[in-house]
Design a protein around this ligand. Structure first.
Ligand SMILES: [Zn+2]
Length: 322
């Protein structure tokens, strides 16, 4: 999980160059850019002041210059994604923001591909940077989902980058029965085009999820994103939230057999938009309580003499963003 809140003072990121394996195209020993998990174009729109900086909303001591960045993608993959980001801000986000954020504006053809580029980045970051779900049986489902999204994204690219399908399965020699099955499944996976079966993307507003104006205003300066699953293991959700928007990708997992304890559990396990909304609401409620819990400590950091002085100087001549 990652997330940040708007304000304020911070330190410069060092600009060292990293060489490694690109997370998307899989090319090795390539220069990696400092990639944003949530696109920079979105971050600049969440800012209230031109020269303000982001802080981790659970720990104000952690600062980001202009959003959280990590060495992740090569130059070509960054370019490939930026095309979708520009389209999203032009055709959707800016229209929505100038619409006073009350209602969603019509979604253009292809908005799904933008959502998937962000969802994949969040999931990749959760799995391979934060090493989330490492001690649970759910990790393999998340890994499979990451692989499917990556495959789809590489499938729709039109540049000439040669994608390396180098996965760990290549190391399996096929000695045991389980390994042979894995090899077979891998061969089938590689031979088929990714169809995104059981994977859907939706955009909701916080209002649509039932939040009051007061809560929406409180969350207005927050930006966050992570992946989670519903308790019944049937919904694997990746979402991001900012400016009253909740942008989500869901994988309806029909590989598990689920025996609901009662009617309510049964209804919640159904694959429909309504149950997705309920599950997102539960998750955001949980975020709200984390914010509440972290509040006293964060307030202390902001109130410390050093920070206060820096902030006052910073904002004395700062230009307010519209
Ligand atoms: Zn790449």
């Amino acid at each position: 999980m990652f997330g940040s809140l708007m304000p304020k003072e911070g330190v410069e990121m060092s600009k060292k160059c990293t060489v490694g394996k690109c997370a998307l195209c899989g090319r090795e020993s390539i220069e990696l850019m400092q990639s944003h998990i949530i696109p920079k174009l979105v971050y600049t729109r969440v800012k209230t002041y031109q020269n303000s900086r982001f802080r981790n909303f659970l720990d104000f001591n952690q600062l980001y210059q202009d959003g959280e960045k990590k060495p992740m993608l090569c130059h070509e993959c960054e370019e490939f994604f930026s095309k979708y980001e520009v389209e999203f801000t032009n055709k959707f986000l800016d229209k929505y923001l100038s619409n006073n954020k009350q209602t969603l504006v019509p979604q253009y053809n292809g908005i799904k591909n933008y959502i998937l580029t962000v969802s994949w980045r969040i999931l990749y970051d959760d799995l391979f940077v934060y090493n989330s779900f490492s001690d649970t049986h759910l990790r393999s489902t998340y890994e499979f989902l990451e692989k499917r999204l990556r495959k789809y994204l590489n499938q729709i690219r039109t540049d000439n980058v040669e994608v390396c399908a180098a996965d760990t399965f290549e190391e399996i020699k096929g000695e045991s029965f389980g390994e042979m099955i894995a090899l077979y499944e891998e061969a089938v996976f590689n031979s088929l085009l990714e169809s995104l079966k059981n994977i859907e993307s939706y955009i909701f507003t916080l209002k649509e999820l039932g939040y009051s104006d007061k809560v929406i205003t409180l969350l207005d300066s927050f930006i966050l994103g992570y992946s989670y699953n519903s308790g019944d293991n049937r919904k694997f959700v990746i979402f991001s939230m900012y400016k009253g928007l909740v942008i989500s990708t869901i994988y309806w997992n029909d590989r598990t057999i689920f025996f609901p304890g009662d009617l309510k559990q049964f209804l919640l396990s159904l694959n429909c938009k309504k149950t997705l909304k309920l599950s997102l609401k539960q998750e955001i409620d949980c975020v709200l309580s984390q914010i509440k819990e972290a509040y006293p400590k964060n307030q202390e950091i902001l109130n410390s003499n050093n920070t206060r002085e820096k902030l006052e100087n910073r904002y004395k001549n700062a230009k307010k963003q519209k």
